[in-house]
Design a protein around this ligand. Structure first.
Ligand SMILES: Nc1ncnc2c1ncn2[C@@H]1O[C@H](COP(=O)(O)OP(=O)(O)OP(=O)(O)O)[C@@H](O)[C@H]1O
Ligand SMILES: [Mg+2]
Length: 608
């Protein structure tokens, strides 16, 4: 299905309103045509009052050959020709204006509604995409697509659509006048038309292609902008202002280039049409003069014909322009629909089970994983059983695959081989919502929203219980610093929590996980930003949090993991060692080495 048709499908819910606006615009078009017909009585009767007072034929409707007389439209008591014409003019302009305004309002309403629906749909779809999608599409480009591609569609759907109806009906009305007055003359007048229409249509597809390139260039610009803004500290610290400005200038130049190309192409049809119009006019004037001299044509008829033809110029010109804008909108909607149609990498099966609580064990069964862009496997045949209520620590060198391992449980990614199971059920057979409801995550990179402290702790749960919220903050040792903030729990913490220290951010993230109160907990370097003293406190908080839960804790600091029931040493995507702290120390392998290294460099002895 073409993008245009598909876009039109979105108006289905508003079909009634759309129909009404079409009717209003049709009346408007009829009034536009009627306007030109009134020139006849003006020339033949109003300006020459001495002429005989025979009823004035206004127009013979083609095909049914019904002639409309001005006098027939009014009660017999009004017969003064000036009054007739004057009232007609006022009524026509009044009705035309009212229909135009209302029709315009309604089409705009439908257009904006359609675009709002589309925008919401795109956002909802965006959220359903998996990690791979966000890794392969940059924020700047996605933002540009969601905002400006849709903006383009919006222009076409609201303003431009109203204009399309307006101009189309004016065109139809005026065409009826032109052909009804003298069809031979009309045919002569339109002789040049194909020479305008064919090249214009060809230009359209080229304009569509440039419009798409404009989008890409805008996306690129947004990408640089977004990165420079969110990375402003790094930019300053590395004195890279010139470098970023250069990147921006290069992207802006590319945008300028494609924009100018678009303007170049877009401007071509207009002068073309004007020139053809001038030729036609001269040609008609000559023809009209001869016919009037021969008595074949009345001056009044010829005048309304010419007037209608002049008025036709506007719809023609605007419609070719509109054609361009619609071409661009279609280009943009192809892209937006492309996003909508992109399959989601991670979805719930239609018959997915609901995970109700968790009783027995999490099992990784021969799990292998490889990032789509990676050369080799990041997890290689990992088998591990984590019993309910167990605390399992993952340790190992950086890049060993610890975060990757944890991301398979809430299905941020799916393994390429093997399976992750909860109570014997493959996580791919569990509905995503219920799976994730059972897992709380404190990620390696905490993300906080530019909202109040309270909203960040009770993230995604409107109207959460305040006392539970404070309990969670207390358990995460965040309550004290929150109280000291200007508006306490109602303080807005800035984009990504920038108004907080690294450790405070981490404690808020922990509070958020505590508040969620799910049976399974994943802590990825949850205490890495804390000093030894706070870490000790948070360890206590975490100890409270961990009781009665199943925990996967990832940490570089050996002190953090010492108390785990089971320590798993990952190395290059494989499990190197498994055991308790004492067992692994006795083994004298990787864990022992990591332990020795840490204590060798640490000035302060860590003990818990
Ligand atoms: N999105 C990604 N695309 C491609 N490769 C990735 C991606 N994320 C991680 N990797 C690679 O996968 C490997 C494992 O990464 P992972 O984040 O799991 O390591 P980690 O053990 O958590 O390390 P750290 O202790 O530093 O957090 C690394 O070699 C990394 O380069
Ligand atoms: Mg990691």
């Amino acid at each position: 299905m073409s993008a245009g048709l598909r876009l039109a499908g979105y108006t289905r819910r508003y079909a009634g309103l759309l129909l009404l606006s079409v009717v209003l615009m049709a009346i408007m078009g009829a009034m536009t045509a009627a306007r030109t017909l009134l020139i006849k009585p003006v020339i033949s009767r109003v300006l020459q009052p001495s002429m005989d007072a025979t009823p004035e034929p206004i127009f013979t409707i083609p095909l049914i050959n019904h002639t409309i007389y001005l006098e027939n439209l009014f009660p017999a008591s009004i017969h003064n020709i000036f009054t007739l014409v004057a009232i007609s003019i006022l009524v026509i302009f009044l009705v035309r204006g009212a229909c135009d305004y209302l029709g315009d309002y309604l089409t705009n309403y439908v257009g904006f509604r359609v675009v709002t629906d589309l925008r919401n749909q795109v956002f909802a779809k965006l959220l359903r995409h998996g990690a791979d999608f966000f890794e392969s599409n940059s924020t700047g480009r996605l933002m540009s697509s969601v905002m400006s591609d849709i903006e383009r569609i919006q222009t076409a759907c609201s303003d431009m659509f109203a204009d399309l109806l307006r101009q189309t009906f004016s065109l139809i009305g005026l065409m009826i006048v032109v052909f009804g007055t003298d069809w031979r003359l009309a045919l002569f007048a339109f002789l040049l038309l194909p020479f305008i229409m064919i090249p214009t249509a060809k230009l359209g597809s080229r304009i569509r292609r440039t419009a798409r390139r404009t989008q890409d260039a805008t996306g690129e610009l947004n990408e640089v902008l977004q990165e420079a803004i969110s990375g402003h500290q790094v930019v300053k610290a590395f004195g890279a202002e010139q470098y970023e400005a250069g990147r921006f200038r290069a992207a802006a130049d590319r945008l300028l280039h494609v924009n100018m190309r678009k303007v170049l192409l877009q401007g071509i049809p207009s002068p073309f049409i004007e020139l053809a119009g001038a030729f036609t006019f001269v040609w008609l004037l000559w023809y009209g003069r001869t016919e009037i001299q021969r008595g074949q044509l009345k001056a009044g008829d010829f005048m309304s014909f010419l007037l209608a033809l002049l008025f036709l110029y506007e719809p023609f010109k605007r419609l070719t322009n509109l054609h361009n804008i619609f071409q661009q909108a279609i280009g943009a909607s192809e892209k937006v629909f492309g996003y909508l149609d992109q399959p989601e990498e991670i979805t719930s099966d239609p018959g997915a089970k609901t995970l109700k609580g968790f009783r027995d064990a999490i099992a990784y069964d021969g799990v292998s994983f490889q990032y789509p862009t990676a050369e080799s496997k990041q997890l290689d045949d990992v088998t591990l059983r984590i019993g309910a209520g167990e605390i399992v620590a993952l340790v190992g060198p950086s890049g060993a695959g610890k975060s990757t391992f944890a991301s398979l449980l809430p299905r941020f990614r799916d393994p390429v081989a093997g399976a992750v199971k909860i109570d014997g059920v493959d996580v791919r057979e569990i509905s995503l919502a219920s799976l994730r409801e059972n897992i709380s995550l404190v990620a390696q990179e905490t993300f906080l929203f530019n909202d109040t402290v309270a909203a960040n702790i009770a993230y995604g749960q409107a109207g959460a219980d305040k006392t539970r919220l404070i309990e969670a903050a207390k358990a995460a040792l965040a309550h004290d610093f929150i109280e000291q903030m200007p508006q306490g729990y109602e303080t807005i913490i800035g984009e990504r929590g920038l108004k907080l220290s690294g450790g405070q951010r981490q404690r808020l993230a922990i509070a958020r996980a505590i508040f969620r109160n799910s049976p399974i907990l994943i802590l990825d370097e949850a205490t890495s930003h804390l000093d030894n003293e706070s870490e000790m406190l948070v360890q206590k908080a975490l100890a409270n949090l961990m009781t009665g839960r199943t925990v996967i804790v990832i940490a570089h600091r050996i002190s953090t993991v010492r108390r785990a029931d089971k320590i798993v040493v990952l190395d290059k995507g494989r499990i190197a060692e498994i055991g308790t702290h004492d067992e692994l120390m006795a083994l004298g392998g990787t864990y022992h080495r990591l332990h020795e290294l840490q204590f060798a460099v640490a000035d302060t002895p860590l003990d818990l």
